[in-house]
Design a binder for this molecule. Structure first.
Ligand SMILES: [Zn+2]
Length: 148
């Protein structure tokens, strides 16, 4: 329990506490911290002792978890009949989290298990994300959903 006199003494003491850092110094320090910030790169596979070849490729059905085939601009599940045009998004997010946020057409074909370069180009272009590199060496940033 604090007596009223104790509260007044406490307040008086607060008012005379010397300023440790000026506001401008705090702002400058905050700016420097923000500028120096770098995402920590973690090789999650190495950390977990998992080899890249052990990762199962392909797009899973959002309903039954079986693997889907890309057919006529849509993913089809032969097991449950699901058709989905965006089922690859989760697979690409997995790729981004496991390997790299950047992916090119060749790697995406391999990971999504789609043979057609033009289909994968359409899939990657429809991400509407940043691209890097020229036509021949183009890579696309894989957008992550906000709840990752
Ligand atoms: Zn299914």
């Amino acid at each position: 329990m604090i007596m009223s006199e104790g509260v007044l003494n406490y307040i008086n003491k607060l008012e005379t506490t010397p300023v440790v850092c000026e506001k401008s110094e705090i702002s400058q320090l905050a700016f420097q911290l923000k500028e120096a910030h770098q995402e920590k790169e973690v090789d999650i596979l190495a950390t977990m002792g998992i080899h890249k070849r052990d990762i199962i490729k392909g797009v899973q059905c959002p309903h039954c978890e079986n693997y889907m085939k890309w057919h006529r601009r849509s993913w089809e599940c032969k097991d449950c009949g699901e058709r989905n045009q965006r089922a690859h998004l989760r697979t690409l997010e997995d790729y981004a989290l496991l390997f790299s946020p950047l992916i090119n057409n060749h790697t995406a074909r391999d990971f999504l298990m789609v043979d057609s370069a033009s289909s994968v180009k359409r899939i990657l272009t429809n991400l509407k994300s940043l691209k890097t590199g020229g036509r021949k060496f183009r890579s696309y940033y894989i957008p992550l959903s906000p709840f990752q």
